[in-house]
Design a protein around this ligand. Structure first.
Ligand code: NCD
Length: 319
């Protein structure tokens, strides 16, 4: 795997393999040590959209593998002088770069970068299209929670702004490739116009769906991608689609709550639910580093082997 562009491109076997490598890195990430696997490689993070966890965890993952990290900031770069993404990428490429981690508001940007550089491309989010490493994080988190690698029989509700969410798209594909049954829950205005062909059920009623799920996956309303009001008011949204404290109390004890962040507390999820015992949200954040270590490792050292005890890798020594 030279590039990681979309979950769509991955077979269930490739997805499971990436998750296996990610789990192998959990111990390395938690130990706070550095492995020399990517020493001598340079990784550039190229973020044209805001980010906290994705950018920091990609950069931290690259450093944990001893790569050099170049950090590109749109606000202080020649983009402000009108430079095209092609010229920016080719300029950085000429400095000798092994991987670009790219986030951009336009669908397909990560795919397009392959025309401008021979380096590996890792998609950190392209518009409302895909966010493959977030889906890997969420699958890894669920695997750890369930204690098994496949999701056969697991019922997952993805709730909220499906239409503008790259996380929803990547997660529908990843969860269903691993066997889960996914229900999208949203008002009609926040659903894609056509969900035919998506391997999902659709509901407009959160209260109908909650008694029948094992996982409630909440999404942020993507106000930056919405040009017009698509629901009457925030309180109306909370009323119908928010995981309020009262709704959470009605959930069966085994049901867990997930959110990719950043959260709007009190909107899609009540603060006490986000911080409560059924929340996997901080575990999702923590898994960002091992998953992105695995993505960089697999893209930059294709065919390398490692053992699965989570500590030692062939050719890789903790330093
Ligand atoms: C998401 C994103 O940017 O796509 N955040 C993330 O990477 N964890 C979701 C969001 O912005 O709501």
């Amino acid at each position: 795997m030279k590039h990681l562009l979309a979950i769509e491109d991955l077979s269930p076997e490739a997805l499971l393999e990436l998750l296996r490598v990610s789990q192998s890195f959990v111990g390395v990430a938690a130990a706070g040590t550095k492995a020399p696997a990517l020493a001598g490689k340079t990784v550039v993070s190229l973020f044209y959209e805001d980010s906290t966890r994705t950018r920091l965890s990609f950069e931290s993952a690259a450093r944990r593998l001893s790569a050099d990290v170049m950090n590109f900031s749109v606000s202080s770069s020649s983009v402000k002088k009108g430079e095209s993404i092609k010229d920016t990428v080719q300029t950085i490429d000429a400095m000798g770069v092994d991987a670009f981690v790219v986030r951009h508001a336009s669908v397909g940007t990560a795919h397009r970068l392959r025309d401008y550089t021979d380096a590996s491309i890792l998609n950190a989010g392209d518009g409302a299209h895909e966010h493959p490493t977030q889906a890997l994080i969420d699958c890894l988190t669920l695997q750890q929670h369930l204690g098994r690698t496949d999701f056969t029989g697991v019922r997952i509700a993805i709730v909220g702004d499906i239409n503008h969410s790259r996380v929803a798209r990547s997660n529908v594909l990843a969860f269903t490739k691993l066997g889960a049954e996914v229900t999208l829950v949203a008002p009609p205005t926040l659903l894609p116009p056509v969900v035919d062909g998506w391997p999902v059920h659709v509901s407009h009623s959160l209260d109908d769906v909650l008694p029948k799920v094992d996982v409630v996956y909440l999404l942020r309303v993507q106000s930056e991608r919405i040009g017009e009001a698509l629901y009457p008011s925030v309180s109306e949204y909370v009323n119908r689609y928010g995981l309020t404290s009262e709704r959470a109390r009605r959930l069966d004890q085994h049901v867990v709550v997930m959110h990719p962040g950043p959260m709007n507390r009190g909107v899609e999820v009540a603060a006490d639910v986000a911080d409560g015992s059924r929340s996997l949200i901080l575990r999702q954040v923590a898994n960002g580093i091992p998953v992105r270590m695995a993505a960089l490792f697999t893209a930059l050292l294709p065919g390398s082997s490692f053992d699965t005890d989570g500590v030692s890798f062939e050719g890789v020594r903790n330093v």
